[in-house]
Design a protein around this ligand. Sequence first.
Ligand SMILES: Cc1cc2nc3c(=O)[nH]c(=O)nc-3n(C[C@H](O)[C@H](O)[C@H](O)COP(=O)(O)OP(=O)(O)OC[C@H]3O[C@@H](n4cnc5c(N)ncnc54)[C@H](O)[C@@H]3O)c2cc1C
Length: 376
Amino acid sequence: MKKAPIFDIAIVGAGAAGLQYLYEYLHLSENDKSTILLIDSGDRTKKSWCFWAENNSASFPFLIEKSWSKITYRSTTAISQTQEIGNLNYHYISSDNFFNYFFDEFIPAHPLVQHEIGWVDELNESGTVIDIILKNGLIFQAKQVADARIDRKIVEHQPQLAQHFWGKFIEFENDFLDSSAATLMDFSQAQTNRDYSMFHYILPFSERKALIETTVFSTKPYDEQAYEAHWNQYMADNFTGKNYQVIDIERGTIPMTVMPSTNNLGKIFKIGTAAGQVKASTGYAFTRMQRDAKQKVNQLPSNIKSRHLFFDSILLHMIKSENKAIPLVMDRLFARINFTKILRFLDEKTSIWDEIRIFSQLQIPLFLKHLLTRNR
Ligand SMILES: Cc1cc2nc3c(=O)[nH]c(=O)nc-3n(C[C@H](O)[C@H](O)[C@H](O)COP(=O)(O)OP(=O)(O)OC[C@H]3O[C@@H](n4cnc5c(N)ncnc54)[C@H](O)[C@@H]3O)c2cc1C
């Protein structure tokens, strides 16, 4: 068995979180001479990363492929509402662009980064170093490990709620889409399956190109056949008579789980989904991961607020035990609260008074019921 030199830090998992951590780590001048090992599975599954940010403060502005200053919500009764989102923009980065940048430009420009493809089976802390044991028998050593692997034990102890995605990048024959507004959620398609709540979103990249995605909150396993049927129905209902071709597809699942987020930067620490950076109730993670990477690199405490974890836990309980209520809660939220305020709330940037105002507009008895039954 071969032993490698001892690296200053190893990053396990070169997904959104691992690469954002690498980026922030190398932007700190005191890490200039550090040796870094990046180990990952080589999985480059296509993902779309959308996030909102104030003008001029977006993550990776040079990778953004499209931005929208307006968003649309479409209700269960097919009423569309579009609003400007103030000084925010809703941005799109594709994982293709992100990975190309990192693997073709950023990593080659940093010779002290060693990139290894492999599956990490185990991390063993022994004395001052950590042994990183790969499935293929290789062992590496590092003084610290940033670990993006999800702790399956945590997921298994919580309700198996997940967000499933089934989307297609399509090109219509003619220009007709309004590319100035992204449809964040469209609940207009009938919720025909009692096991999950579902919505669609539309990212129009131009007047004829878009990503249209079926999104499902469910405790059941991924069901591509069912999602494909929903997707086709959505197209038939909303784009009758429009010819299009499918350019690419996107599929994926993320756990809707409140993961413990820890400030403990021991020799081994979690990053990304594994560190609670995917907001459990919405699935948004990209900017949270960047913020978390900055904080961890600079040894600052995490600023996930406990009251937001509490709000998430109520919503998750509702999704899990009464998913038919979700579309109606969303209808009411978007009908009564300004969209910019909703985005700030989801970003955990609202004050407690804003949050009281938001909840007072929603179905209070329903929320109270789930508040009281959530730990049973
Ligand atoms: C289809 C889809 C769309 C999404 N859209 C958005 C969005 O619009 N906006 C947003 O903010 N978030 C979105 N998310 C959520 C979130 O941003 C992503 O899931 C994000 O990729 C999570 O980053 P991560 O690094 O934690 O995990 P990943 O990106 O999955 O990266 C983890 C990496 O670690 C590797 N790995 C795991 N275990 C091992 C091991 N034992 N050994 C070696 N390597 C290992 C994996 O193969 C993978 O490459 C989306 C997720 C999906 C699935």
